[in-house]
Design a protein around this ligand. Sequence first.
Ligand code: AMP
Length: 627
Amino acid sequence: MALLQISEPGQSPQPHQRKNAVGIDLGTTNSLVATVRSGSEVILPDEQGRDLLPSVVHYESEGVSCVGYEAAEHNSSDPLNTLSSIKRLLGRGVADIKTLGDSLPYEFTTDDGGMPKINTVHGAVSPIQVSSEILRKLAGRAELTLGGMLDGAVITVPAYFDDAQRQATKDAATLAGIKVLRLLNEPTAAAIAYGLDAEEFDDESQQRTIAVYDLGGGTFDISILRLSKGVFEVLATGGNSALGGDDFDHAIANWLRTELDMGETLNVYEQRVLLEVAKSTKEELSINNQVELDILDTRLVLTRDCMHQLIDDLIEQTLTACKRSMRDANIKADSIDEVVLVGGSTRMPRVAAKVSELFGLEPKCTIDPDLVVAMGAAKQADVLVGNNSTADMLLLDVIPLSLGIETMGGLTEKIIHRNTTIPVAKAQEFTTFKDGQTAMSIHVVQGDRELVSDCRSLARFELRGIPPMVAGSAKIQVSYQVDADGLLNVSARELSSGVESRIEVKPSYGLSDTEITQMLQDSFSHARDDMRLRALREQQVEADRMLEDLRAAIEKDGQSLLDESELQCLQVTLDELKQLRDNTDDHRQLAAQIEVVGKTSEEFAARRMDASIKQALAGLSLDDALK
Ligand code: AMP
């Protein structure tokens, strides 16, 4: 008799059944979906065999009419209802849209929650909804090819995306019915596609520094990553959101215009034709040394060398951004271990050669630079759903900017440092500044600068009901908790009384990618000034505390415990301290004066101590006092 098999509770009856997992590269211009089949990553094409899906959605009055190539065809006939480049709006607030909106032809509106929406004939739609349509289309494509529902997807995002932009990407996926296994940084995905995370380390430090150079049609991104113990950290990101292959096309089109004596002003049609010729010429020059053109009854020859003269300045701009990012990451080109090329424009041999020259390394370019990000994401998805039990790839998300708290003097105390992997919980103890202080205001900030005014304010709340105590005796424990979705929870608790207050900090839709890159760059470039300012603020807080304490002590005991000249001497040093506190920007000078006051008041402090002991002992027998 055949035995019936019963599986363990919670375990699949077919443990070896593969799960349907995909990697999705949700791009500004094009998107892709990939999976792992027989151990290799493959792009899942549409029914016509096309890998890419233009990130375009067309709306009509009943709703979405089409997505992708079909939608892109409506671009010129129905621009207001044909939504493209929506990734740029994802997770952005009204203020960002005001600046970005100028470069996009849409009409914007805001809903009650302050989220900007785009007006279409179907009504107002949010960037999250539009992105979800693209994701739904890709998921549908994948389900059709894989022959079943998706078990999960890894979706890639730019390394500089902040919490709000990541959250918006996740929301878009949820709306599309996709289970997000993880959001993955695009440069990290490219590094994974090349298996850089799985390579054996041959140096002692067990870490590797990777530069990911991503030059597409309209944008350039450079990311410096550090891989250590399975965690990719983003050391620096940089680039130019308005520099790419399109600029090479313009440079070549200008050359064509001059050679063809077409004059300064061209009509839209002539411009488009010239740009198309320029683009195909450029792409052909990636294979051949020269291209012959027959255009407007003129025969022209463009050689590679001649094209280099037209575009070298533009390539140089990308190299300058690379150098800046290395400076930000505090590393030299020779400490980069690997360079990975991403984006269609890195197919140009000139670009690859210049990058190789800068880093002194042969860049990795064997995987199609348009597909590499989706492939890395697919590889990671395969591991996360448990299809690949041999891979021990533990990749963790990190916080892009430090989370901190405002302390006295408008200083930021970092509680969770940037690049810390999440989920994470950290606590720190703080104390009261004044005697009898019964409330404390908690100001949660994000950023890497020393002063609160240079960081972004996330939330404020108050802890009330602290029992009145002498300044410095209360113990307030402030805990920061960031969950796997990047949501921050802050609580504050006075330890002796147990009084507690908490707040959930929802990401606000407002920090732009340029802002976040700028904030990071500022934190690097201002580091020295910031440290000086921090030291000054700390001394100022110390001076304030000293002035306040000593003035109160003098008022109470000055007459009884000090003679006239002692009192005067102490007053003079205090006045000098106040004078310096308000006027000097040299923290050392202020620290020196604090020391002078400390020394001058030592005797007074000792006498006060004696007096208070005497007072405490008055009326007690020796036995009582020693009990
Ligand atoms: P992406 O945004 O990554 O899809 O890159 C698109 C850009 O890559 C466009 O400017 C294309 O002209 C450019 N591109 C694609 N293939 C080549 C090639 N073989 N040689 C030069 N540029 C290319």
